[in-house]
Design a protein around this ligand. Structure first.
Ligand SMILES: Nc1ncnc2c1ncn2[C@@H]1O[C@H](COP(=O)(O)OP(=O)(O)OP(=O)(O)O)[C@@H](O)[C@H]1O
Ligand SMILES: [Mg+2]
Length: 116
């Protein structure tokens, strides 16, 4: 399947979501990558196990310069990654969301229009 988009910008999206899963997951915790083709949409999911996030935290993570925990000063980051990621996804006509489906999973999923 061929996806039309800006390769460099979409790489920023994949890289940030994977980096985050690795940086903020617990040691030994699982990571799941899911790719689903749903009619007019492609959906990508990056799941990582580590801790539950509250609704308030989930709604903040896409804002500029947000870092949820002080201890994350130890993991390098600017707090800009998800802000930029959402912008790139939207510019490609997609949407991104963060959810906490339970059992300490945090799930980021984004859609892109499928090639026509
Ligand atoms: N998969 C995740 N699980 C738990 N918390 C997360 C996850 N992804 C992001 N976060 C939280 O959201 C904050 C913002 O993430 P974002 O990617 O925007 O910035 P960053 O990772 O801190 O910096 P950068 O992306 O520039 O390296 C993170 O600092 C972290 O607190
Ligand atoms: Mg990041």
């Amino acid at each position: 399947m061929t996806l039309t988009g800006d390769r460099d910008l979409l790489q920023i999206v994949y890289k940030n979501l994977l980096d985050n899963a690795l940086k903020y997951g617990r040691p030994g915790g699982a990571i799941r990558l899911v790719f689903v083709s749903e009619g007019a949409l492609l959906r990508f999911e990056v799941w990582k196990q580590g801790e539950d996030l509250s609704e308030a935290q989930l709604s903040q993570v896409f804002d500029k310069f947000v870092r949820l925990r002080r201890a994350e000063g130890l993991a390098q980051g600017t707090g800009l990654g998800l802000f930029i990621t959402r912008d790139i996804v939207r510019k490609h006509g997609g949407e991104i969301r963060a959810e906490c489906p339970g059992d300490q999973w945090v799930k980021f999923s984004f859609t892109l229009p499928a090639p026509t």
